[in-house]
Design a protein around this ligand. Structure first.
Ligand SMILES: Nc1ncnc2c1ncn2[C@@H]1O[C@H](COP(=O)(O)OP(=O)(O)OP(=O)(O)O)[C@@H](O)[C@H]1O
Length: 408
């Protein structure tokens, strides 16, 4: 019997369908299909096998423009599919005939680099010969150098290591015509800007496409945009700032009562997985110890831990080995763990950007989530300011939190 054009779809092995309710942050689409973008079949296969049935709003807005080669400045809410929005065009356009990188994806943390590379490999799993490489600080320089002698088509990296490799002449970016800056505003914070500008100015070809993605674009981004982007196509899908599916509460208390309060939250809430944020490395370790003493399972992670240990914690938490993770702002951006339904600000963040990215670790892809901030007298002005800046309401926590607000 002659093959019907669509029979390749029958052979696909997508994950079980996600039947949970989703908010309009991801469902309010124009009705496009991935097939509308004329993507190669082996890429489409990877997309469907990820369980992506239709493009999300940011994917609809960014994919066609990016395929056309234009610079992009895209702002969309946390967890609404920005990674796919930039990876799909890259995978479509990467030149597999040359053995040096066609695309560079810069991200601010090593864990996010690993996660992004994993998604890239999964989306591209049917693309024959595709080589995706991760290059970050905290790993052996020698191994990285050896790896660069192998073919690489898509490079996911943190800025410092890639500049080091490019300066040494090991990482060749002369034909790298696509640059993505994910969590772009973080990459343009003082500690990164110069490094990023050197990568572009010294090592990338003049004819390059630069795309910036984030949920937050403070004014600091403007200078960079004016210097490096050429008539960027601007996308802003943030008519309101916080995610629709996330319910936000605060609990007012003295500093000394916070651990007791956390204990109560653990016993009362239905936590699938939680991330608990502290404002310093010391406080992360102290709190993790206290939670363990209370008898709850808990991992912790921060940037001062050895990289191997960080990787292990990230991997084990992601695979569900532990219910709670205490973290510094290392995990504030980009980390995508679908099982996290509760975020707790044990320490209240100082900026509205940090608040937004932290609470966005729950409620991924339009699902429901709960964000609870423990507020002391000193935090009261901050709470008010952040509420104003985000135009959102953070209410006092009720004695009983309705489970339907944050459980599937
Ligand atoms: N079209 C789609 N259909 C179904 N699920 C999707 C689709 N696109 C992305 N997802 C899923 O949604 C989740 C969030 O996506 P992603 O991590 O790309 O969000 P993001 O916008 O980059 O978030 P953040 O701003 O926090 O970095 C992921 O688990 C991803 O697999």
């Amino acid at each position: 019997m002659a093959a019907v054009p669509n029979d390749w779809r029958v052979q696909l092995r997508p994950p079980p369908r996600d039947t949970r309710i989703k908010t309009s942050d991801v469902t309010a689409t124009k009705g496009n299909e991935f097939e509308d973008y004329y993507l190669k079949r082996d890429l489409l296969m990877g997309i469907y096998e990820m369980g992506f049935e239709h493009p999300s709003p940011i994917q609809e807005a960014a994919i066609p423009v990016s395929l056309a080669g234009r610079d992009i400045l895209a702002r969309a809410k946390n967890g609404t599919g920005k990674t796919g929005a930039y990876l799909i065009p890259i995978l479509e356009r990467a030149d597999l005939k040359q053995n040096i990188a066609s695309a560079l994806i810069l991200v601010p943390t090593r864990e996010l680099a690993l996660q992004t590379a994993q998604v890239c490999k999964k989306l591209g799993r049917h693309i024959e010969g595709l080589a995706v490489m991760v290059s970050t600080g905290g790993t052996s320089l020698k191994d990285d150098i050896m790896r660069f002698y192998q073919p690489v088509h898509v490079l996911v990296a943190t800025p410092g290591r890639v500049l080091d490799m490019a300066d040494k002449g090991v990482c060749k970016l002369s034909k790298c015509g696509m640059l993505i800056m994910d969590e772009a505003d973080k990459l343009l914070a003082p500690e990164f800007t110069q490094v990023v500008e050197q990568i572009i100015g010294k090592h990338m070809p003049r004819d390059r496409q630069i795309s910036l993605f984030s949920a937050t674009f403070p004014v600091a981004v403007k200078g960079f945009r004016d210097r490096w982007l050429r008539k960027p196509h601007e996308i802003n899908l943030m008519d309101e700032l916080t995610l629709r599916g996330i319910t936000q509460f605060y609990a007012f208390m003295e500093e000394s009562k916070k651990v007791h309060c956390l204990n109560t939250l653990f016993s009362k809430l239905q936590i699938n997985q939680s991330i608990i944020f502290c404002n310093s490395v010391n406080r992360v370790e102290l709190l993790a110890r206290k939670i363990t003493e209370l008898g709850y399972s808990c991992f912790y992670i921060h940037a001062k831990m050895p990289q191997e240990q960080r990787n292990r914690v990230f991997h084990d938490f992601r695979s569900g080995a532990c219910r709670n993770l205490v973290s510094s702002d290392l995990f504030t951006r980009g980390i995508d763990i679908q099982a996290v339904n509760v975020v707790i600000n044990f320490d209240f963040p100082r900026s509205s950007e940090t608040y937004l990215h932290r609470v966005g670790r729950s409620g991924r892809f339009g699902h429901r989530g709960l964000a609870i901030s423990l507020i002391t007298y000193e935090d009261r002005h901050n709470l008010y300011r952040i509420e104003q800046e985000l135009g959102t309401e953070i209410s006092p926590i009720p004695p009983l939190v309705d489970k339907s607000l944050y459980c599937a």
